[in-house]
Design a protein around this ligand. Sequence first.
Ligand code: GLA
Length: 376
Amino acid sequence: MSFPENFTPELVVESPGRINLIGEHTDYNLGYVVPTAIEKKITFKFKRNHTDKECNLYSLGYNTGFTFQLDKIAKSNVEWENYILGVLNEILLRTDKLRGFDCTIESKLPMGSGLSSSAALECGLAFGLNELFDLGLSKMDIVLLSQKAEHTFVGTQCGIMDQFASVMSEKGHVILLDCQSLEHQQIPIQIDPYKMIMLNTKVSHNLASSEYNTRKRECEEGVAILQGHYPEVTSLRNANNEMLEVCKSEMSATIFKRCSFIINENDRVLKTANALKSNDLNLFGALLYEAHEGISKLYEVSCPESDFLVDFSKQYDAVLGARQTGGGFGGCTLNIVHKDKVDDFVEAASKAYKAAFNIELDAFEVKPSAGTYIQN
Ligand code: GLA
């Protein structure tokens, strides 16, 4: 399919990626996370085409598109199409106001790099269609239906963090989100003279076919064992280290490690939120290093490339902390680097990374940014 060259959009929507400062894999365990949207985003251009059900989607990056009918939505064999089709399916379950539309998608978000291009794709589409057809969906509806689309059409049993961050973020703030109650606080973040520098390992994961769903099942197994002693424990969110010790002998070493990581990661999230509120950047940095240790050794969702970059950063006094961010198995590391030393650090890390893995490192700064919005 090729897209008409004279495509004039009625509506342009910007849908950002996100970083997660801390709280990895805690969302589907109903714990806490501290994400925020970033400036890198996906741009959607929409136009109603005045048909009842024909939809044309075109990806400018992939230079490819597809056409489908609203009354014949089904899973596709092409992975990225399922993010779109899954969202459409969820919208159609909630409203009959949707009609035919044309849409182009242009992404500045590297896929599979732990910056949640998938949530940006889902939420940007839902946000735009809500506006275009006056569907009456709230922001929270958009978050929840996008998460559901990922469960049903893509096959990743993801938590709520990515979609929440992509839609709800505010410029200059990070979100402390309670993934159980969905209560959240916008925390203003001021880390000057430091900057948040991302190093993209360029090792990309595919969560749907990766260990992600296995981790979720392992945590559920842990909860089932804990419940035998503590019926009140319905998720790892309400378990603690003492409880885990009591149940240790009934668990495999793997299940124990997974549970231990989640329990301590939740604790680190709350400590991080306090450190950010009181501007204790040294503590923030130390918690990032501690988190990476758990990601790598206990939850086992890191990779040699991410471990290398985090270890490398430890030689630099100008780096307060670093860790792999996102679902895991590659993607980006987040580094808190003194602004005067960013260039030196990036240059040295790039050289060392190239020597170790023969991969050109990509480095960029991120700033807490606004969630999904309409471009005027
Ligand atoms: C992916 C998922 C999120 C979250 C992270 C890990 O990004 O989509 O829900 O679980 O991994 O923290």
